[in-house]
Design a protein around this ligand. Structure first.
Ligand SMILES: O=C(O)CCC(=O)C1=CC=C[C@@H](O)[C@@H]1C(=O)O
Ligand SMILES: [Mg+2]
Length: 369
């Protein structure tokens, strides 16, 4: 497969409401899209999940634009790509920069699946045609608003609810939710807001029967999580700490957690995610698909990944309308009774909504051989 040309778009879409975590808030979502064209006129799409500021990982929209434009896309135009799984090796010369890598790698997977005329989820080895999903609810200014969001999610069949916590807005919040929803499948995500000094405090979450506690400690830590997991009954799920297969192997070896949240962007692509999935399956760790407030293209890739065998827990991938008034794809991703059904068309299986796509494009560059 020879890539003839890439188009790199910068998009700007406003989310319905701000999404607030322990480290920041997003409402105007600036992001990139990579289009990869082959010599037969096929086009594959990939979304870059980096945010405008480096608060989730060190990457930003600007660093990804630079890495893609100046390094990664020119490299991939000069190399023969036999299979999308080659891209991981071809880009390994560039250290880290996982979100930039994932943006182009996912575009090439979509392109390949379209060339062979199969849905992406089948091409990557997916085993199910529908995935279970929950919702992720950001920090709310008032508990009433949180209840409204939980009720709306349950009304839509959400299979579990994740709430964000931070020091000072955590235990009492969980206690209130539990009192009102005693049987709710509930989990919390701290986005690295605590340290081992909070061990005694974190143990106090155990009686609330949480599905898991996501990333309580340092974004670059695995060791402290292992010490914490020894003391907690609540399963720990690692998100920010797992950026590669190597990190996954370390976490497994140290028993640092029981669950991984897998995001294609954070680990540098679908191939790395598949390797993490294999490793986790061997160690009996459970997996689920994380979300990055993506628009439709990124959402479609993550839905496809979630069809792999060991993604047994509900994903964060909510429907397009959860975050946006209008999406870039047609049809939009929809959740029915807490499930997303996989489209059967080749590639990501969704078409581009050309009108919306052009409307939200604020910059476009072409890179050719
Ligand atoms: O619905 C989604 O796309 C998931 C939202 C979500 O929880 C997150 C998105 C982006 C960064 C983080 O704040 C966070 C997470 O930690 O999983
Ligand atoms: Mg998280």
């Amino acid at each position: 497969m020879k890539i003839k040309k890439f188009i790199l778009r910068t998009m700007n879409m406003r989310m319905k409401s701000p999404f607030k975590t322990s480290f920041g808030s997003v409402q105007d979502k600036l992001f990139l899209i990579v289009e990869a064209y082959d010599d037969q006129g096929n086009c594959g799409y990939g979304e870059c999940d980096a945010f405008e500021a480096p608060w989730y990982t060190e990457e930003t929209v600007a660093t990804c634009h630079h890495m893609l434009q100046d390094f990664m896309l020119p490299t991939l135009l000069t190399e023969a790509i036999h299979h999308p799984s080659d891209v991981r090796e071809l880009l390994a010369v560039y250290r880290r920069n996982s979100m930039a890598k994932a943006a182009v790698e996912t575009a090439i997977w979509d392109l390949y699946a379209k060339r062979v005329g199969k849905p992406l989820y089948e091409v990557i080895g997916g085993v199910r045609q529908a995935i279970d999903v929950g919702v992720s609810i950001g920090l709310q200014p008032m508990t009433e608003m949180l209840y409204q969001k939980i009720d709306a999610a349950l009304g839509n069949g959400a299979k579990r609810v994740k709430v964000k916590i931070k020091p000072g807005n955590d235990l009492a919040l969980v206690a209130t939710i539990r009192e009102r929803y005693p049987d709710l499948p509930l989990m919390v995500d701290a986005n690295s807001a605590y340290t081992l000094k909070d061990m005694e405090h974190l143990k106090k979450f155990d009686p609330y029967n949480l599905l898991m506690m996501e990333q309580p400690l340092g974004a670059d830590d695995i060791l402290d999580h292992a010490m914490l997991q020894k003391q907690l009954n609540t399963p720990i799920c690692l998100d920010e700490s797992i950026c590669s297969l190597k990190d996954a192997q370390t976490a497994i070896a140290l028993n640092a957690c029981k669950i991984f949240n897998v995001k294609i962007a954070r680990v540098g692509g679908i191939e790395e995610a598949r390797l993490i999935h294999e490793e986790a399956s061997r160690a009996d760790l459970q997996l689920w698909g994380g979300g990055m407030l993506e628009a439709g293209i990124g959402r479609a890739h993550s839905v496809a990944l979630t069809t792999l065998q060991n993604f047994t827990l509900p994903a964060d991938t909510s429907g397009s309308s959860h975050y946006f008034d209008e999406d870039l794809i047609s049809p939009e991703v929809v959740v029915v009774n807490g499930e997303i059904h996989l489209p059967s068309q080749p590639g990501i299986g969704y078409s581009i909504n050309e009108e919306a796509y052009e409307k939200y494009t604020i910059k476009k560059i072409e890179i050719e051989v």
